[in-house]
Design a protein around this ligand. Sequence first.
Ligand SMILES: Nc1ncnc2c1ncn2[C@@H]1O[C@H](COP(=O)(O)OP(=O)(O)OP(=O)(O)O)[C@@H](O)[C@H]1O
Length: 253
Amino acid sequence: MTDGAVYALETRDLSREFGGFFAVNGVNFRLARNSMHAVIGPNGAGKTTLFNLLTKFLPPSAGMILHDGQDVTRLSMPAMAKRSVVRSFQISAVFAGLTVRENIELALLREHGLAWNLLGRIAHHRRVLERADALLERFGLTDYAGTMAGSLSYGRKRVLELATTLALEPSVLLLDEPMAGLGHEDIGRVTQLIREAGKGRTVLLVEHNMNVVAELADTITVMVRGEVLAQGSYAEVSSRADVMAAYTGQAHE
Ligand SMILES: Nc1ncnc2c1ncn2[C@@H]1O[C@H](COP(=O)(O)OP(=O)(O)OP(=O)(O)O)[C@@H](O)[C@H]1O
């Protein structure tokens, strides 16, 4: 069952049941270290449920989750963050009433567990300011540093959200549909940022946009009806008749 290799994340017979219905059904999933791995599949395949299990939003009904070979099945999300496994928190994690720079500074302080008691004294933390400058620059947000986050476009909010997540310097970054709701131009920008963010870390994304998946992911897991149907490179999975049938079947529903 196991080949002895240690994975960034691994599941063993992982299941999640909702009132007798298995949204995730006996999944053995492996996320290789330093890979850029996408989970795809038709609507209702169980992708988000698997993501929520891996990120501790949901407890499993059965099975096991391992991080770096250690059983983390019962650990909380904050405990996973301490192990440097971090999920993006979507736009709700962006504080609309703070500026872009303040959002990034807050995220940098959060990394050190200092966010709340030092919030009023942000300006004195030179190191934070320097790192904030670097993040603003890296994410193309320098011109928006003083803009209230709430008035950013949807696409730039997403970029800011990614910047605040990367402020934590996670070793494993988990992204749930990072392209959802983005226009063509923003998709290009966020794709580049994720590619760059993936250097030197492990990234798992659930994503519907196949162009993005083809461009970014070195490994793809295809889920159908709560189970893993296929895994491999984009070329490998996209050439499989059963994968195509799963998508075609959905199109006819
Ligand atoms: N909290 C819940 N209670 C009951 N059923 C649920 C719950 N969450 C998910 N499900 C069901 O589990 C199945 C898998 O849902 P999930 O959201 O994981 O799929 P998905 O692959 O992410 O789909 P999509 O691509 O549409 O987001 C669906 O049939 C869904 O209705």
